[in-house]
Ligand binder design. Sequence first.
Ligand code: SF4
Length: 414
Amino acid sequence: MAGPEGGLEGLCSLYIHIPFCAGICDYCDFYSIPVTGGDPRLDAYVDALLADTEYILAAFGIGHVPTLYLGGGTPSLLGAERIGCLLTGLLSLLPNLPLEITVEANPESADEPFLAACHAGGVTRLSLGVQTFHEPSRRLVRRVGEGALLPSRLHLVREYFGAAFSADLITGLPGQDRQTLRRDLEKLLSYTPGHISLYALTVEAGTPLAAEPRVTALLPPTDEADRLWLMGRDVLEQAGYRQYEVSNFALPGRESRHNIRYWRMENWLGLGPAASGTIIDEGTGRGRRYTIAADVAAYLKAPVEDRVPRERTLFPESLRSQEGKKPLVLAEDLDRIVLMKESCLMGFRTPSGPDGRLFRRRFGRDIGECIPGTLERWRNRGLIRPDRPALTREGLLFLDPFLAECFEELAPTL
Ligand code: SF4
C-alpha cells in the first residue's frame, strides 16, 4: 500500500521470473529460452536473483512480503539443489515469512527431489503445468514433456502438497474434442487439486503456432472452442470448484492469494528478465510501472544496480541509460485514467468486481460514479450483480465488450 508521498508503507508482493524451459512450446508467448538442467547460466541466475532481492528490498524499504511467486518459464528446471538454495536465500532476505509461496513446475522436471526441496524450502503451493493428457494434442502444439509422465508426477505432487497445488488445463487445442477434454478433466480431478486454471487457447501473433497453418487448421471452430471451455467450467463447478476469476477455479480456501493481489491492483515488484512491477501512490491515484528487458544474456552481464529499479517509491531515476547501451529497466508513468482502466480490467475479471474501498481510496470516487451508464445498461441485461458492481457468472463471458464500454465511459470522467 502506498502512502501519501508514494511510499510503500513496506507492503509488497514479490514475483520472480525463471526464464528457462526445456524447450519452447509452439503456442507460448512468455519470455523464456531453451536450456538443459546442466546449463551453467542457471547457477549464475540464482546468484543474480538473490543479489537483486537483497537490493530491491532495501531500495524500496519493503517491510512485509505477503506473497512470493516463482513463475516462468519453468522454475522446476532449476532442479532440487538450486531451488533449495534460492528458497533458503530468499527466506533469509525477506523481512517475514510470506503467507503464500508458490512455485511453478512442469512435469518433466518436477521429480521427487525437486518437490521434496520445495516442500522443505517452505513452498506452500505448487503449480503444475498439465495442459492436457491427450498426446496427439500435445504433439500438435509441441508441448514440452510427455503426457505419459503426468499421472506419476501428479501423484507425487499430491503426496508432497496434499490439495495445496494447482494445475493448468487448456481448452480449444488442435485435435481436442469433448470426449478428450472430459477425459482430461476427469483424470485431473481424480487427484483433487485445490486449484485449477482452465485457459482457452489463444493463437498469439508471432508464436510458432501462428505460423503453422496445418496445425491451426485443426483448431476447433470458435463456437466449438467456446463450448469446450464452457463444458470445462461446468464440470469444475459440479465438482465443487468455484470460479473466482475468468480462468481460475478453486476449492474453498484454495484461491491464489498472489494472483488475487494482482486482480486487486495491489503493489508488486518483479525480478528477472521480462518481469515487471507496479507501484501505485494511494494518495494521488497515480503510479509507475517498470519492466526489465527480456534478455538473459544482458541481465547476467549487468551489475545488480542496472538490473533492478533503484529508487524507492516512484523511482523516477530508474530509466538509467548506461553509456550508449539500452537501459535494462524501463519505467513508465501510469496516470489516473490508465490506473482506473486497469482497475476495471483486472477487477472485473473476478466475480466480486474491483475492490470498492481501494478504488475510492485511490481515485476519490466510487466505481459506480465513474461508469454509471455502462453499469446500468449491463444491469438491465441481467449481467451485473444486483448487490455490487461486478459481472454475473454469465456476464463474465462478455468481459471484453463490457470493458470496451467501461473504457469509453471512463475517458471523459477525469
Ligand atoms: S513450458 Fe510453459 S513457459 Fe515454457 S515454453 Fe512451454 S508454455 Fe512457455
